[in-house]
Design a protein around this ligand. Structure first.
Ligand code: ATP
Ligand code: MN
Length: 505
């Protein structure tokens, strides 16, 4: 296998090489031939570049090789860089030479669209697709800006353990592992340990994989996901909300700055993202319940149903048109294009149908919502759809929430907590709270929730030796990316997703 030498240029650097002869090293993403000219789209990890090979301008033998070269073959390709605004990436290569490093045949993922199950099974290859590449680049920026925000704001990184002896959240979602013959659990949150660290460092954060045995298959749940959790000594609920909105705004600004082109390729709503600036909306849980059970929501959902029915009709018309076109005399690439569009449209139609089917159920759940329950996924979606900026929902009934949340001293029924719901229907991306700092009240909450008090001895100690008001929150990385990119399912927002029903690769 020939190795490209160090004089290769990255596609992302082509703007500095206009008029020069350069060599790219990458993979054949796609190709199309029109008689004497071949258009080879090459990708190299930094971008895409259309390379144009003309018969007569490259050796004949090479021209024939390139013509038959399969998708995802690896190669180096040499030529002169020219600016071409109509071309992907804005630059083109007028090919003078190429070397095939390793030819590929029958790459299983063709430019034709495939079903999601097939793509997940082939995730090791699907990662090379434009969509997965764009999401991966955005994920990189999100994670980088998470670290930067906390590092630049006086937070100390604390790595909390993954093996944990007790539940931090609902016990039903614990993954048990055999730890030298005794049961142990994979961590659901680093929060409890982080509270101990906050009493030493003041402002701390942890960032790592989190595990929850979620027994429901939703588009918002993975069994392994990444969560960042800040924890702050001497902070109240208002302080936490401000921290959270500044944090989320910072992440968005970074992604808009570094990943504009990826967002556009993904079809994300960048105009909506540009508008996200503090202050975010603030609702108490009780206000949220009033909205859900009120007239406004009823009207909103009725209007939404009408709109969905219109969308259904438009999709069906479009599908019928394309199916008609398919019957005509078409070139292979035209057939492929229509087939791909049809898969796309049919999947949109299936989604619209599901939403039409769910609308009355969700309307009923909202209308009959009883104060005291936790907000369900559909309730969050409704509130989120009714807002164009993120919404904080605060002061939930404490019985519906985790044991460590501080009871509001002005209203014993509620906790000093919040969820942050992303707009446009994406739903919860952050959960947080002020922590109970009174020893006796915390012990009562532990017992009331049926937890074994001895497991929390060390945690209670924090309330014995210099207890202070403190709190924090957890932001789910994949949910944040799904919102920013407009992805419907968070499984697309991590390279190798772990789902309840299946681990593919
Ligand atoms: P939900 O009610 O949606 O299951 P939660 O209340 O269990 O969320 P928290 O315990 O508050 O969530 O966790 C903080 C954040 O971690 C959530 O806001 C979300 O962004 C993320 N998160 C929680 N569970 C999952 C999961 N199973 N998959 C992906 N992200 C998750
Ligand atoms: Mn959960």
């Amino acid at each position: 296998m020939t190795m490209p030498n160090s004089s290769t240029t990255y596609i992302s650097q082509l703007k500095d090489s206009v008029g020069q002869n350069v060599t790219l090293a990458g993979w054949l993403h796609n190709s199309r031939s029109s008689g004497k000219i071949q258009f080879l789209i090459v990708r190299d990890g930094t971008g895409l570049c259309q390379c144009v090979a003309e018969k007569g301008k490259v050796p004949d033998e090479l021209f024939e090789h390139l013509k038959r070269l399969g998708q995802e073959s690896s190669l180096t390709i040499t030529g002169t860089v020219r600016k071409e605004s109509r071309s992907v990436g804005g630059y083109e290569l007028a090919v003078t030479d190429a070397q095939i490093i390793s030819p590929a045949e029958d790459y299983p993922i063709s430019p034709k669209s495939h079903g999601i199950d097939f793509l997940l099974k082939n995730r090791h290859l699907h990662l090379r697709s434009q969509r997965q590449w764009c999401i991966g680049k955005i994920r990189h920026t999100v994670i980088d800006s998470i670290r930067r925000f906390f590092n630049d704001n006086g937070f100390t990184l604390i790595d909390t353990p993954i093996f944990s002896a007790a539940a931090g959240e609902e016990e039903q979602t614990l993954f048990e592992v055999d730890y030298f013959g005794s049961p142990m659990y994979l961590t659901q949150t680093g929060q409890l340990h982080l509270e101990a660290a906050a009493m030493s460092f003041g402002r701390v954060y942890c960032f790592g994989p989190t595990f929850r045995a979620e027994k429901s298959k939703t588009r918002r749940h993975l069994t392994e996901f990444w969560m960042v959790e800040p924890e702050v000594a001497f902070i109240d609920l208002d302080g936490l909300l401000e921290l959270a909105e500044n944090f989320v705004t910072f992440i968005i600004a970074q992604v808009l700055q570094d990943n504009k082109s990826q967002l556009e390729t993904l079809g994300a709503d960048t105009a909506a993202l540009e508008k996200i600036k503090p202050p975010f909306y603030r609702l108490t849980y009780t206000e949220a319940v009033d909205i859900l059970t009120g007239e406004k929501t009823k009207k909103f959902l009725a209007y939404q149903l009408e709109d969905l029915k219109k969308q259904k009709q438009q999709l069906e018309t479009k599908i019928a048109e394309l199916e008609e076109q398919q019957k005509g005399q078409l070139k292979q690439w035209q057939q492929d294009k229509i087939a791909a569009e049809l898969i796309e449209l049919n999947s949109d139609l299936a989604e619209v149908n599901t939403r039409i089917e769910n609308n009355p159920k969700h309307a009923k759940l909202a209308a009959e919502f009883q104060w005291g329950k936790d907000l369900g996924g559909s309730d969050e979606t409704i509130i989120s759809q009714m807002h164009d900026k993120p919404v904080f929902v605060t002061h939930y009934p404490k019985e519906a929430k985790a044991f460590y949340m501080k009871t509001d001293r002005d209203n014993e029924k509620v906790a000093l907590n919040f969820d942050l719901l992303a707009p446009a229907g994406f739903g919860e991306i952050i959960g947080g709270s002020v922590r109970e700092d009174d020893y006796d009240l915390l012990l009562d909450r532990i017992k009331a929730q049926g937890l074994i008090a001895e497991n929390y001895d060390w945690y209670l100690d924090l309330r014995k030796y210099g207890s202070v008001p403190h709190g924090g929150f957890g932001l789910g990385v994949e949910r944040t990316i799904a919102w920013l990119t407009g992805e419907k399912h968070i499984r697309q927002c991590i390279a190798f997703p772990r789902l309840m029903d299946k681990i593919y690769i």
